[in-house]
Design a protein around this ligand. Structure first.
Ligand SMILES: *Cc1c(COP(=O)(O)O)cnc(C)c1O
Length: 453
């Protein structure tokens, strides 16, 4: 007999005590949908006949109720991993979000006068004082900040940009496309590897609206290369009565040179060199929430603030709360390095990393064939592309699962652990694993290796 004729009916399954128990935990329509789906899948032959129908339904209910956006443990050692949500927030930032999100706030209220305030005031003074700029503005992200700055400065007019800076930052963010969508007109100057001040000067005309430089965040140019100093571009722009916009990308506020990290532009330097608008991300090296920050001169930040696009790109209260709290930590540079997770991870010493790797190896236990070995971490997120960060890795022997198989099990485990594969081994980098996560990672590794192998 065709086994499909032995399929239970939806009604009968719903009467099963096990399914009745599910009804106490999940909404009825959801359980009914899961039952229908299970029966349909078996009837169509898309999935094998379940040996335990209640378990089959329970699994489908669990799939439907489990959230899609969940925390993971980042064992890749890539500190700013865009796919993993970039910067983890500092405790102070999390507390600020919690406080503002769980009730009402002064988002657009001036307590002293009771009059309407502006949400863009909350971080403006801090941004200005930390960067040396006259004024600051926060929007949704740096891509948005660039669209806004270009539109405010050069709608319908030409923007001079070096051919060496017509770059792609990642997932559909290309400078020429952004520039076009902002309403500005792209005017390329120089060549891919060499652009001189004279190239900009020669391209200036009454149609020019701005000069733009964009930091090459995710790659390095070496060899026969040159580009003008930002200060020279700022002078040229100001002599021509147009603004100079500088997209520095990662929003480095701290001084990481004592740690050998020197290739990223610091926001304060870009301001000091005379850019009218410096723009950067909130969730890269700044270590805060997703946001786009603009700092610069009062007229140009003011123009951006009054631009209708600023409303379309505005940041929400949770972002502003997290950003204000993160920026506040920078008042004390030592506190910033300690409290802002991105900076703490980038500056963790090699002895601490080695100790963490050994503790992780110990916690995993002898069965997994875990070996401690020197290696390298990456900054990620389009920051310090050539940086070499020595670390100590825990290398796992995947056995019959193979490296891809073990990495998959670790991703699907609870909690999910994201790893790196190299030379047939699964690597765990303690740089991005705080002390208190080591136990959970070790447990996940043991479970992944034990599971059915
Ligand atoms: C990352 C980056 C951006 C985009 O930043 P988002 O905050 O992700 O929108 C823009 N410009 C540069 C130079 C960058 O590095």
């Amino acid at each position: 007999m065709d086994p499909r004729r032995r399929l239970p009916s939806v009604d009968r399954l719903l009467q099963e005590p096990g399914v009745q128990a599910l009804l106490a935990e999940a909404p009825r329509n959801l359980v009914v949908a899961a039952v229908r789906e299970a029966v349909l899948a078996a009837r169509s032959g898309r999935s094998p006949m379940p040996s335990d129908w209640v378990e089959e339904v329970a699994e489908r209910v669990a799939q439907r109720v489990s959230p899609s956006l969940v925390p993971v443990l980042n064992a890749t050692g890539v500190v700013l991993h865009t796919n993993l949500g970039r910067a983890p927030l500092a405790s102070a930032a999390i507390a600020a979000v919690q406080a503002v999100a769980s009730g009402y706030s002064t988002l657009e209220l001036d307590l002293a006068t009771g009059a309407r305030g502006s949400r863009s005031d909350h971080c403006a003074a801090l941004l200005a004082s930390l960067t040396g700029a006259a004024d600051g503005l926060v929007v949704n992200n740096a891509a948005g900040a660039l669209v806004l700055a270009l539109n405010a400065a050069a709608d319908g007019r030409e923007v001079l940009i070096s051919r060496g800076e017509l770059i792609e930052i990642g997932g559909s963010f290309r400078i020429p496309d952004i520039l076009m969508k902002s309403g500005a007109i792209l005017r390329e100057v120089g060549t891919t590897n060499r652009t001189h001040l004279a190239d900009y000067r020669d391209a200036l005309s009454e149609r020019t609206g701005a000069i733009l430089t964009v930091h090459r965040s995710n790659f390095e140019q070496t060899g026969f290369v040159t580009s003008p100093e930002p200060a020279a571009l700022a002078s040229l722009a100001s002599a021509s009565g147009i603004p100079y916009l500088h997209d520095v990308g990662s929003g480095l506020l701290a001084d990481l040179s004592p740690f050998g990290l020197v290739s990223e532009p610091r926001v304060a330097d870009a301001v000091r060199h005379g850019a009218d608008v410096v723009l950067f991300s909130g969730d890269k090296l700044l270590g805060g929430p997703q946001a786009g920050c603009l700092v610069g001169t009062s007229p140009w930040i003011g123009a951006a603030r009054r631009n209708p696009l600023a409303r379309a790109l505005r940041a929400d209260k949770m972002t502003l709360a997290a950003l204000e709290a993160t920026l506040a930590l920078y008042r004390d540079p030592a506190a910033a390095l300690r409290e802002i997770p991105v900076l703490a991870m980038l500056t963790t010493g090699s002895a601490a990393l080695e100790a963490r790797a050994m503790a992780l190896q110990d916690a995993i236990g002898p069965q997994a064939g875990a070996v401690v070995a020197p290696g390298f971490s990456a900054v990620g997120g389009g920051s310090f592309p050539g940086a070499v960060l020595p670390t100590t890795l825990v290398s796992l022997e995947p056995g019959p699962l193979g490296a891809a198989g073990l990495a998959l099990r670790l991703r699907l485990g609870s909690p999910p652990v994201i790893t790196r594969i190299e030379g047939g081994k699964v690597l765990l980098d303690p740089r991005t694993l705080p002390e208190q996560e080591l136990g959970a990672v070790a447990g996940a590794v043991r479970a992944a290796l034990a599971d059915g192998s």
